[in-house]
Design a protein around this ligand. Structure first.
Ligand code: ZN
Length: 251
């Protein structure tokens, strides 16, 4: 199955039979699940009512569980500028009745030392082509061990992105940024969130159509370069929602 699309005047083809899923899996009740921002494990709890238990192994007719999780803290999620505005703008309209298949560039960087931190800076994009960039960009950071899919990130001061990096993305017209870190900003920054503000043009030039997807995992076997991205976002009236970004290689 092949998808034909056009980007920058080029006729491209993506192989839909070879998906590369960048999402982590939401696992509850202390199972292997990534976490950040000091949240406990997601909880999946059978509903119990009068004469009813939502667990087949406890005698119920069906499994019927309440699920409690935090989109930002429990794995792959996509957020919009509502994450940092007084009005909690929802992420859903960005993807409802929209073309969620996007030309996408994937690049790998090694965060560099800046004082006691590790950062991804604008000069680490210098290797990318000068030609127009597609609307979506995946940034994979090294090292890229599979433990990222279930890592407990809280209190680890993960790498983050500089304002210069985010400014370059805005200049290049990147609308959807996907990263394998818990945030584009420093874990503890006094609430400034400069990278988020820069990407979304807040407060002066809001880019309400733009999204950031965090805590993806791009397998090391997938090379850098151009792909077709499908960015599937769970329909929720919230600033962020669990999501499933999938890359399709070009042929
Ligand atoms: Zn987030």
């Amino acid at each position: 199955m092949v998808c034909h699309f056009e980007w920058n005047g080029l006729a491209l083809q993506a192989d839909l039979t070879r998906p590369i899923d960048l999402s982590t899996v939401l696992v509850g009740n202390g199972g292997p699940n990534p976490s950040a921002w000091y949240v406990d494990s997601p909880r999946m709890t059978p509903v119990v009512g009068e004469g009813f238990v939502g667990a087949v192994d406890q005698g119920g007719a069906v499994n019927f569980r309440d699920v409690l999780f935090n989109p930002h803290g429990h794995g792959t999620h996509t957020e919009c500028m509502g994450h940092i505005t007084p009005v909690v703008h929802p992420v859903d309209p960005l993807f409802r009745n929209q073309t969620n298949h996007l030309p996408c560039l994937a690049t790998t960087v090694t965060p560099k030392a800046m004082e006691e931190d590790l950062v991804v800076d604008a000069d680490q994009l210098d290797a990318l082509p000068n030609a127009p960039w597609p609307p979506a960009l995946v940034v994979r950071t090294l090292p890229n061990g599979e433990d990222k899919k279930t890592r407990a990130w809280s209190n680890t001061n993960p790498p983050y992105f500089t304002v210069a990096f985010m400014t370059k993305l805005v200049e290049q017209g990147v609308k959807h940024l996907l990263v394998d870190l818990p945030s584009v900003d420093r874990e503890v920054d006094g609430g400034r969130l400069e990278a988020h503000h820069t990407f979304w043009g807040l407060p002066d030039n809001p880019r309400s159509h733009c999204s950031i997807t965090e805590l993806v995992y791009m397998p090391s076997s997938a090379p850098d370069g151009m792909y077709l991205l499908h960015l599937g976002v769970a329909p929720m009236d919230n600033d962020a929602a669990i999501s499933r970004p999938v890359l399709y290689p070009l042929i």
